[in-house]
Design a protein around this ligand. Structure first.
Ligand SMILES: [Zn+2]
Length: 239
């Protein structure tokens, strides 16, 4: 064995050992800025579960299913002024729907157009049956114990919904100027049962008197509706 060692000169050993390193270096120089790699790492930083290829969209028009939270015998939460969440969600969802109708890139649907009761299962099933490109459930948040709590937050459940939730959150916060409470994973039934990219948006806190008056006002609702449409456009890459 000692004899074999002597037959390999030291320089040759160094060259042999550094060969894989050099190949690795050349390989990394060849494609250091591959866009898919950048996207992967940026998303991985945000949430490990989102570490999967970006969704590949078909072409416009895109089917959007809007879900006004609660309704009928389910009033949702009570706001600071005593108004029901179901009325707020109905009003703002209608505004988003009307804006989407004006754009040829969208085919919008609403899970309820009136003050009716609809099961959570049926809301998700409707989005699935329409093969929606995006399913958005719209709500108003509450925290009666502490009326100063404020801000926008959004929920997703499945990994394929992270990009949608993230893009929408950014656009709504930008439009409203509300505090950004971030995106959160939660097993809400309407999200768990959805087979399409789905998010549940808590636009703001109805139990915060200042935020509630913005959310119930015509101007505030129009601004947020425009923010939601901007988020949908960004998510679906519509110019
Ligand atoms: Zn709600």
């Amino acid at each position: 064995m000692r004899g074999m060692k002597r037959r390999l000169p030291r320089r040759k050993i160094i060259v042999l050992l550094s060969l894989p390193l050099m190949i690795g270096l050349l390989w990394s120089l060849k494609s250091p800025l591959a866009p898919d790699k950048l996207l992967y790492s940026a998303r991985q930083m945000f949430d490990d579960e989102s570490a999967k290829p970006a969704p590949i969209f078909g072409s416009a028009p895109f089917v959007i299913v809007l879900d006004a939270g609660h309704g009928g015998h389910d009033p949702g939460a009570d706001g600071a002024s005593g108004q029901y969440e179901k009325d707020f969600t109905q009003a703002i969802t209608q505004k988003v729907y009307q804006l989407l109708l004006k754009e040829s890139a969208f085919i919008p649907y609403m899970t309820r157009t009136e003050h009716t009761s609809i099961e959570l299962e049926d809301r998700a099933a409707f989005a699935n049956s329409q093969r929606a490109d995006a399913f958005l459930s719209i709500h108003g948040n509450t925290f009666p114990e502490e009326p100063t709590v404020s801000g926008t937050e959004i929920y997703y459940y499945k990994p394929d919904s992270v990009a949608f939730a993230q893009t929408l959150q950014r656009a709504v916060v930008k439009a409203s100027g509300f505090k950004d409470r971030g995106i959160k994973k939660e097993e809400w039934r309407v999200l768990r049962l959805s087979e399409v990219p789905a998010a549940l948006l808590e636009v703001g806190f109805l139990t915060n008197a200042r935020e509630e008056s913005y959310l119930l006002g015509e101007k505030g609702q129009n601004t947020i509706a425009q923010g939601i449409v901007a988020g949908l456009r960004n998510y679906l890459d519509i110019r």
